[in-house]
Ligand binder design. Structure first.
Ligand code: PRP
Length: 171
């Protein structure tokens, strides 16, 4: 396996701070729940929260679509439900990557069904060419080509999440 840098630590830092500033402006004066989609988005969500000037409540949801495979199985299951009451709240769903769009579509529908008054989505990476269902995030860190990436929360069979940059994993 070869690993090559795609997005450096400095690029991540700069972009996350830009996103944090933008989201802080857009959500100014609202009570926000940041909903982190486990596990991959943990790294991005904690950096993003610290780049924001808002008070944010933090919650987690876990869905599964990949298992230990490189490609999505197409079936999305909710493994862990959020704990906070979302009713009448503004919720920012935070993902590390949107690939087929299946996970985000499922999480979005689920949060809407919990009575949130405003649901927005932020993803660190977006692979628009890999969609199986249409989904457009409100905030996108970087759009990338359909290649297999690791690091900054993204894994391959649970490895590589703690690499502090985005790398392309190739044979
Ligand atoms: C990955 C990623 C997104 C999802 C994106 O999660 O973190 O949640 O897949 O793919 P999609 O757009 O094709 O649905 P995964 O299920 O691998 O869990 P993990 O975050 O725990 O690694």
């Amino acid at each position: 396996m070869a690993q090559t840098t795609l997005i450096s630590r400095a690029q991540i830092f700069d972009r996350v701070h830009e996103m944090g500033a933008q989201i802080s402006t857009d959500f100014s004066g609202t009570e926000m729940i940041m909903l982190c989609v486990l596990k991959g988005a943990v790294f991005f969500a904690t950096d993003l929260a610290r780049a924001m000037t808002l008070d944010v409540a933090l919650d987690f949801i876990q869905v599964s679509s990949y298992g230990n495979q490189k490609y999505s199985s197409g079936v999305v299951t909710i493994l862990k439900e959020p704990q906070l009451d979302m009713h009448g709240k503004a919720v920012l769903i935070v993902e590390d990557i949107i690939d087929s769009g299946l996970s985000m579509r499922e999480v979005f529908r689920y949060i809407e069904s919990r009575g949130a008054s405003r649901v927005k989505t932020a993803t660190f990476l977006d692979k628009p060419k890999s969609r199986k269902v249409p989904f457009q995030a409100d905030y996108v860190g970087f759009s990338i080509e359909p290649q297999f990436v690791i690091g900054y929360g993204l894994d391959f069979a649970e490895k590589y999440r703690n690499i502090p940059e985005i790398q392309v994993l190739s044979e």
